[in-house]
Design a protein around this ligand. Structure first.
Ligand code: ZN
Ligand code: ZN
Length: 346
């Protein structure tokens, strides 16, 4: 089968690889039909993710059709259309029993990291029963690819952890796919204001189409001054960090209102300063989280019912044969205006 293989920092190729085999009775083999590329894949390519070793097939998002199941899998059968979660979970360990699937003792984020991933014609899914979701008939398969990772991540790490409420003020720093996923799902709770902050005018234009009540181009305007003006000098009740660099995490600390929450979503590779000298008396909370994908069944229903326009995040499509071109386009978002790219596998 064909697969996109990581060969060390900056090196990938589309290689011929053997078909994956069932390794445990709880596994399934899925024939991938659609996959995509995540910002995390770009981090791997930079060499930022040491757990991902050369020779690994990348990708942790996608939809497909069950091809084969292990002897212990009873809730899925060959031919079932399924959504692949970016988080594999056994459903039985202490963390899974607490709904913290991201820290599953024998799972978590392993796909396209510690085990071969979804940017291939077939993929082995460990803990298949609790890591795959059956897709309802007639569902928009492209839209569902957004449910593998970015929508649950934006919702759980940003909106739920950030305690977005009716009438509250939300500031989202970073209008990439994850920031936009937070913007879309924050609207479940009818906040009074959602202010989007980014340096890319194109992404801000998308954000205003997606429901942002105000957009701040931080390359032109001072985001702190702008937000204070919009909130009568108080700041935002919920500040979502969706970039993952020290500057944006520090900016969030200047944007948060007394009693507010800074919900970190970004993947941070280096240390960032925490300004306790100005925050110690502000009654704020700071949260971090790796997505658990506990909200996936709910999000699947909202997307399928047309209440959440997941497909609007898709800007480009490629065939698996052109996956290297897809990486180039996704990696050069400033010029290509790429948000999510769909890779058609079959
Ligand atoms: Zn991802
Ligand atoms: Zn577990």
């Amino acid at each position: 089968m064909k697969a996109l293989v990581y060969h060390g920092a900056g090196q990938t190729s589309l290689d011929e690889r053997p078909m994956p085999q069932l390794a445990s009775p709880t596994d399934a083999i899925v024939k991938v039909t659609r996959t995509t590329i995540c910002g995390t894949d770009l981090h791997i390519l930079k060499g930022d993710v040491p757990t991902c070793e050369p020779g690994r097939i990348l990708g942790h998002e996608g939809v497909g059709i069950v091809y084969q199941v292990g002897a212990a899998v009873s809730t899925l059968k060959a031919g079932d259309p399924v959504l692949i979660s970016c988080i594999s979970s056994c459903g039985k360990c202490d963390y899974c029993r607490r709904g913290m699937y991201s820290h599953c003792a024998t799972g978590g984020w392993i796909l396209g990291n510690r085990v071969d991933g979804t940017q291939a014609e077939y993929v082995r899914i460990p803990h298949a029963e609790t890591s795959l979701y059956r897709i309802p008939p007639g569902a928009d398969k492209d839209a569902l690819v957004m449910l593998s990772d970015i929508l649950p991540t934006g919702f759980e790490c940003g909106v739920l952890n950030g305690k977005v409420e009716p009438g509250s003020t939300v500031a989202i720093v970073g209008a990439g796919p994850i920031g936009l996923a937070s913007l879309l799902t924050a609207q479940f709770y009818s906040p009074a204001q959602i202010v989007m902050i980014d340096r890319d005018p194109y992404r801000l234009e998308v954000a205003s189409r997606f429901g942002a009540t105000a957009c701040v181009d931080s390359g032109v305007d001072d985001p702190v001054a702008k937000l204070m003006k919009l909130t009568a000098g108080t700041g935002a009740d919920c500040v979502i960090e969706a970039v993952g660099v020290p500057e944006t995490f520090e900016l969030c600390q200047a944007l948060v209102a007394p009693g507010g929450v800074i919900a970190n979503v970004g993947v941070h590779g280096v240390k960032a300063d925490l300004h306790l000298e100005s925050l110690w008396d502000r009654n704020i909370s700071i949260t971090t989280r790796l997505v658990d994908t506990v909200s996936t069944p709910m999000l699947l229903k909202t997307v399928h019912a047309g209440r959440l326009s997941a497909a609007s995040l898709i800007t480009h499509r490629f065939k698996l044969d052109d996956v290297l071109k897809a990486y180039e386009t996704f990696g050069d978002a400033a010029r290509s205006h790429a948000l999510k790219v769909i890779i058609e596998v079959a």
